[in-house]
Design a protein around this ligand. Structure first.
Ligand code: NAP
Length: 351
């Protein structure tokens, strides 16, 4: 097929470009030439989807399908879709499960989303409005192409080589440093992490079949646990790190911020009970296959070891606990454990 891939030089888009070339497609990328590098073998078009003038290079070009992996601003996606709608019959957009409003129970594709607006302009670095903006991007595609000619792939948390958010890379890097590492909550807490390569294979297979639809692209059920995440990082890095499993309430009371300071940690409270319980049933039925989580960890570590670096997009908050704060929290945990043992005679504190 002749494919136009918008962006295509960072993480998800880069992976899709590589896969598409491997599957024998002719690939044209469209980007500003500011982020990463176009892969060898593509036709690289330069342009900027944030202005009407910027999308002119797309005028008159014909493609069998367009794949838009990185759109963040509805007006930019609307402009792109309109620029190609007459000449390219199918549009695939990579969205996010962050479009759902409530996380207190399992969500499927029918769950209530944030109310996006298809022509809303904004700043791609404004991650505070990401859920509303991504929903607006979905609407921009749906309104331009119609539901029968577009794919909306709502990805969950993505892992794998070339990660540009950096959550799994943070865990690998921190554990590789060794020593006592804060580990949050219950090691048995399930996580749902989608490997970027499985996301890419799924998107391309749908595009090749021109299969319209909307799917949560997540493993259908937890594919790892917090405990296995830590263990596989220890194994992959060969580190002597020792996880110190801490009660979530204790971590929150010490001002440790979930998700940003301890990546991939979502407190196990009623409001987020469904965060790692997103239904992946429709993607599975449409052909999504997911690799073992250990492969994602091993290959991401391999990428980091070979010089790979997380090149975070503008607006992405820095991840991880500062070393000094980590030491203070560990010391406070040890003291709390000593006090507790003195009071109860119990000796079950981990780490
Ligand atoms: N990481 C996660 O856990 C996660 C979870 C769910 C969903 N997602 C979604 O996954 C997607 C990740 O995308 P990605 O960054 O990996 O895609 P990508 O296609 O690999 O990289 C983004 C591309 O967009 C191009 N670009 C940026 N601004 C542009 C503009 N104004 N005009 C033309 N091109 C422009 C960049 O190149 P230039 O800068 O050179 O233009 C770059 O090539 C996002 O949509 C995100 O919402 C991520």
């Amino acid at each position: 097929m002749r494919l136009l891939i918008i962006g295509g030089t960072s993480f998800v888009g880069r992976t899709i470009v590589g896969d598409a070339l491997g599957r024998g497609h002719e690939v044209t990328t469209f980007n500003r030439g500011l982020t990463g590098k176009d892969l060898d073998g593509v036709e690289a078009l330069r342009g900027d989807r944030s202005t009407d003038e910027g999308v002119r290079p797309l005028a008159g070009r014909r493609f069998d399908a367009v794949i838009d992996p990185g759109g963040l601003v509805p007006a930019h996606v609307l402009r792109t879709a309109r620029a190609v709608a007459d000449s390219s019959p199918f549009y695939a957009f990579v969205s996010t499960t962050a479009v759902y409003q409530a996380w207190n129970a399992e969500v499927d594709e029918s769950a209530t989303t944030w109310p996006g607006v298809a022509d809303q302009d904004g700043d791609p670095a404004d991650l505070a409005h990401l859920p509303v903006h991504k929903r607006g991007c979905e609407l921009a595609v749906e309104q331009t192409y119609g539901l029968g000619a577009c794919l909306v792939a709502r990805a969950g948390s993505i892992v794998g080589p070339h990660d540009n958010l950096g959550q799994l890379p943070w865990w690998l890097t921190r554990i590789a440093q060794g020593g006592r590492v804060i580990a949050p909550g219950d090691p048995a807490r399930g996580l749902q992490l989608i490997d970027v390569r499985d996301l890419s294979t799924f998107v391309l297979a749908q595009v090749e079949a021109q299969a319209a639809g909307m799917h949560n692209v997540v493993p259908d059920g937890p594919n790892t646990t917090m405990g296995r995440l830590v263990d596989t990082c220890v194994q992959a890095t060969g580190s002597d790190a020792v996880p110190v499993w801490m009660d979530e309430g204790f971590l929150l009371s010490r001002g440790v911020r979930p998700w940003t300071e301890v990546p991939l940690w979502i407190p196990d409270v009623p409001e987020t009970a469904g965060f790692w319980a997103v239904s992946g049933a429709s993607a599975k039925a449409a052909g999504l296959r997911t690799r073992p989580f250990g492969d994602s960890v091993r290959d991401t570590w391999g990428w980091l070891r070979s010089g790979g670096e997380v090149e975070a997009a503008p607006g992405t908050p820095p991840l991880g606990l500062a070393g000094e704060k980590e030491q203070q929290v560990l010391a406070a945990w040890d003291s709390a454990g000593v006090l507790q043992r003195r009071r109860t005679g119990w000796s079950g504190w981990a780490g």
